[in-house]
Design a protein around this ligand. Structure first.
Ligand code: ADP
Ligand code: MG
Length: 697
């Protein structure tokens, strides 16, 4: 039997393959491009393309595609076969350097938020050599960025790469100040923990809401939910275990470091975490992981739900973005060091993150905003919509001591002078099973926990990298001009703590009192997508993101528009699905059941003259009232959707959806769910929550 190490990465054109099939010169040039971003010349590109094609064909591929991440949030591909006609009537398999480096998909149906109208009609894809090509099915997939001919980004990868570059530029300035001359570059790494649900395919197929929207729009609470806490880390059912095993194998073949798997809090909910990798690779891998999760599920007669809130009443799914910054020499800059200088450097990077998160709370919040995630954030199961940082008691006490020039009461009483004194050793905070913090320091990395399960991690990391680059820039500007480095450093760290400590919160984020306290501290609390998204265009945010060349002004306008449009379309589809299900499935079922009851009453009275029929008539009464209510609320919802036509801008439409459509959806659901609890199981027109949540055995 083949072992994992035999087949790990067998579908990836990785360094091992490159070394084996490229000449030493070509390999060296390509490596320089991958590591340092050097431009690849045409002859090298041709050699790489030829080798890549030979390898892909030998591994069963017939096609290639430029694989990219448009703003729809999923990945896109257009397949071209390698075949090229030969004079003798046959074909040869052909792939040139030009085809590797640049592609021109017909991009007109991808959302551009007006960008292509303003600039150039066509878009092109450009190879990202830092992310290895791989084979999916019979296709060689080449990870690419997607831009308009005007150079405007039409995807998520381009700004992500720019944000990594921005952070690299500023971090290098800081490292130089600390005398690190051997470092060539700094990169951020991410390990995204991915949550998901598995439901039986045959039940999924009977629910239009799951099919059209990815979440249930109706469904009464089952007798059992997650209250027993018996699912989290519980024994994995054989059918799920078989799925996970198959999934791991597929991911490993693609070189994805799937590492941890376990059950999550809600019934039918599970989690998968890979070992962390460089951010743009982690992003590509997470997109692939989500795709493979769904594919493998189908093979097992299951459907993998990646929606943030597939079921009301039980936890939704998120994604934890574990993030750190490291040098090419292998130093994690968020790891406390051994010497006074290393400690000072650690504290500087820590403070840069604290300042970034406080200054750009709004950007972090909106980077995870979608119609789906609005159901989670602040719903007492996920972090609140307020961004705050958890540092743990010990690190908080250290910062407190630095801020106030007072002795740190930890292991040894010392007043610390940065760059001179050794930072006291502190343990990784054991209270960090506090899962309520949106942004937690976990010893040598930060865990950003607000991401929704279906979000691309690109968006959150773009904002995080850019905001931290800005803090580092401000620090570098100050320190490079300082007369005395240590004094300036000490003063700067102290000032950061003083100015930004409002963002630090170690308590329970689910507590209502925290929201009051957060408001007093002046922290943002944007509960929904329409509340936060327009802040993308706030002057301070535009200034920062354009200064670091992460986005251009037109790109920001287009993104804001696309995200709001996406929110509106998502909810409108949900509303239309509800109207459809209510009219064509729920009302006929409830009305039919009520009519049957009435017939039963008549039959019973005929058989037993004077029979009371109290149960039946009571139920008929209740169901008749509910039937009318369902019908009325369906009409109201339909009208609310029609009235959206009267809005002039997408922003206005998003407010109307937030304020009228969503509340009307909730109202319709409430009466329909009540009717479900009173209607015979065998006439209910689609599978219930109980069947969906406990159906995988
Ligand atoms: P948990 O959050 O469940 O305690 P871990 O903290 O061990 O689990 O890891 C969660 C994720 O964080 C994994 O994907 C892991 O690879 C990733 N991770 C660990 N160290 C780092 C790091 N230095 N930078 C980024 N991600 C990391
Ligand atoms: Mg974690």
């Amino acid at each position: 039997m083949k072992t994992v190490s035999d087949y790990f990465g067998c579908l990836v054109f990785d360094d091992r393959v490159m070394k084996g099939c490229l000449s030493a010169d070509v390999y060296a040039s390509l490596r320089k491009t991958i590591d340092e971003g050097a431009k690849l010349d045409a002859s090298v590109a041709n050699a790489v393309a030829g080798a890549m094609k030979d390898w892909a064909v030998a591994n069963g591929a017939t096609h290639y595609t430029h694989w990219f991440q448009p703003l729809t949030g999923i990945t896109a591909e257009k397949h071209d076969s390698f075949i090229s006609p030969a004079p003798d009537g046959g074909v040869i398999m052909d792939f040139s350097g030009k085809e590797l480096i640049k592609g021109e998909p017909d991009a007109s149906s991808f959302p551009s938020g007006g960008l292509r109208a303003t600039f150039e009609a066509r878009g092109y894809t450009a190879w990202d050599p830092t992310s290895y090509a791989f084979i999916k099915g019979k296709t060689l997939c080449i990870p690419t960025a997607f831009c308009s001919y005007g150079g405007e980004a039409l995807d998520k990868k381009t700004p992500l790469l720019r944000s990594m570059e921005a952070l690299n530029r500023q971090a290098m300035r800081i490292l130089k100040l600390f005398g690190n001359t051997d470092v060539k570059c700094v990169k951020t790494s991410v390990g995204p923990e991915q949550e998901y649900f598995l439901v039986p395919k045959e039940l999924y197929e009977q629910r239009k809401d799951l099919i059209y929207t990815g979440r249930t729009l109706f469904g009464a609470k089952p007798p059992k939910g997650q209250e027993m806490d018996d699912h989290y880390f519980g024994v994995i059912k054989p059918r799920v275990a078989a799925y996970m095993e198959d999934l791991n194998q597929e991911l490993w073949k693609l070189g994805i470091l799937a590492k941890t798997e376990h059950n999550e809090v809600a019934p039918a909910q599970h989690e998968l975490a890979p070992i962390y990798s460089t951010t743009n690779i982690a992003t590509d891998h997470n997109q692939l992981t989500m795709e493979i999760m769904q594919k493998v599920a189908a093979k097992h007669g299951l459907v993998c739900l990646l929606h943030e809130k597939p079921f009301a009443g039980v936890n939704g799914s998120g994604k934890h973005n574990n993030w750190s910054i490291a040098t090419d020499t292998g130093v994690n800059l968020l790891s406390p060091g051994e010497t006074p200088y290393q400690n000072a450097q650690f504290l500087l990077f820590l403070c840069a993150v604290i300042k970034a998160v406080d200054d750009y709370q709004d950007l972090l919040r909106l980077s995870v905003a979608t119609a789906g995630n609005d159901h989670r954030l602040g719903a007492n199961e996920a972090p609140p919509a307020v961004v705050s940082i958890f540092l743990g008691d010990e690190l908080t006490a250290i910062l407190d001591a630095i801020e106030n020039d007072k002795p740190y009461e930890g292991t040894k009483k010392t007043t610390m002078k940065l760059g001179v004194d050794v930072l006291p050793r502190f343990a990784r905070d054991t209270t960090d099973r506090n899962r309520t913090s949106p942004f937690a320091f976990t010893g040598n990395k930060f865990e950003f926990r607000m991401l929704g399960s279906s979000n691309s991690i690109a968006c959150a990391n773009i904002m995080l990298n850019a905001a931290v680059a800005e803090s580092l820039k401000i620090y570098a500007d100050r320190l490079e001009g300082a007369e005395d480095f240590e004094t300036a450093l000490h003063a700067m760290i102290q000032k950061t703590i003083k100015d930004h400590k409002r963002i630090l919160f170690n308590g329970n984020g689910y507590d209502g009192a925290w929201l009051e306290e957060a408001a007093k501290r002046g922290l943002c609390n944007y509960r929904t997508t329409p509340d936060c998204m327009p802040h993308l265009l706030d002057q301070k945010n535009v200034d920062m993101l354009t200064a670091h060349k992460v986005f251009t002004v037109p790109e920001l306008h287009s993104r804001c528009e696309i995200m709001l449009e996406n929110y509106c379309k998502t909810v409108v589809i949900e509303a239309n699905t509800m109207v459809d299900m209510a009219r064509k499935q729920i009302l006929p079922a409830v009305a039919g059941f009520t009519a049957d009851l009435a017939e039963d009453v008549a039959a019973k009275k005929a058989a037993v003259p004077g029979a009371s029929c109290g149960y039946e008539t009571g139920l008929i009464g209740k169901l008749s009232v509910l039937t009318d209510q369902i019908a009325d609320k369906t009409d109201e919802l339909e009208r609310a959707v029609l009235e959206l036509k009267n809005t002039c801008t997408v922003e206005e439409e998003s407010y109307a959806i937030r304020d009228t459509v969503l509340p009307k959806m909730a109202a319709l659901r409430a009466v329909a769910d009540e009717a479900e609890t009173l209607t015979a199981e065998e006439v209910w027109p689609f599978p219930t929550y109980g069947e969906l949540l406990f159906g995988v055995r």
